[in-house]
Design a protein around this ligand. Sequence first.
Ligand code: NAI
Length: 403
Amino acid sequence: MIITKKIMRNVTLTAHPLGCRQYVQNQIDWVKAHADQADNPLYRPVTPSNFPKRVLILGGSTGYGLSSRVVSAFAGGADTINVSFERAPSETKTATPGWYNTTAFEAIAKEAGLKAESVFGDAFSNETKKRTAQKIRETLKQVDLVIYSLASPLRTDPATGVTYRSVLKPIGEAFTALSVDMDSPVVKQATIEPAENGQAEETVKVMGGEDWSLWIDYLIKENLLAPNAMTVAYSYIGPKITYPVYREGTIGFAKEHLEESANNITKSLEKLNGKAFVSVNKALVTRASAVIPVVPLYMALLYQVMKEKGLHEGCTEQIYRLFTDRLYANETVPTDDKGRIRLDDWEMRQEIQAEVEKRWTLQQEGQPLQKGDLEGVKQEYDQIHGFGFPNIDYSLDVDPRVI
Ligand code: NAI
């Protein structure tokens, strides 16, 4: 079939197998090129002996989780297991991008002599935890690092069977701000109604730290974490302009819970001399972030400013810095006063934020976006679904089951 991009309410419904393979290959190429490049002032070369050799990535098929897998394997030579929720392809329907990415990654990693396995299923369920434990026993014996990179709209609590939904809403009052859609450069007003009773708590159940803690407790109980094992979950803070819908909204509530959970998880890991961290990452276009109102406008301005200053990064560059500059650089991992790793340091630089704020004031409802890089944002969004690669002929008939 000829696979074209199909978008509904800012969500892309199709994915291109050859494009997803290209997307993964590009990440691998970037990591390999930088891992032994000694003269780059922004990205240090890798000392593979410091790196973890067995890594479990929860949510390792797209976005930050996929990049965590690529950096683990192709900078550090790690064997990896991914856990993610995917739809396989059929003769007439494309798979999720995560399915294609995972299939491509595992083929390339195996060719390079690395172990690379996946468990497809609902990471929140006890059954997936059990299947993952079995997979670790069979392939890696134990793991040195667990990356927690799930982004999900819902979670069924395995203890009660109750399903909770996460929402991206302000708390208390409606929030109105300028925004853009991926498919139109025209700036418009977006109003987001406040969360209803219980929605903030539900978002905490889905995107807070409860499931992360359950995973780590379970892996400790099953003796699947190696001495000195670390675990990292990803969070976001962002600028004041997005606070009402992000950091002070329902999702921010959940991120605070996630960040507090790191302390308790570190206590659980004490016997292994292990540690849990939250890493606050940069705003980037992923399947999860593209649907947050107001955020695409912020990202378009931020991308432009950071590109002009030579500081723009994608997921791969961010996670590469996480490993080389933070987690495995020295004895102690550098953090802020709340114990969080800050990979958003470049995004939050005073001069970057001041310029983004200045450009925000140029925007007018009904007018095209000014001095922003919406094209760059759209290009990244297309590429995470395997579209927009110049070397791929999208008019050719391809079998969606073959990658
Ligand atoms: P993403 O949508 O690209 O990746 C989410 C991953 O979770 C995918 O692998 C997906 O298959 C998996 N997943 C979702 N539900 C699942 C389930 N029930 N069972 C198993 N796997 C499931 O998202 P992204 O943006 O990479 O987000 C990952 C984390 O990074 C999130 O915690 C997010 O809040 C955080 N983050 C994202 C930022 C951004 O700008 N994109 C910035 C800072 C933090």
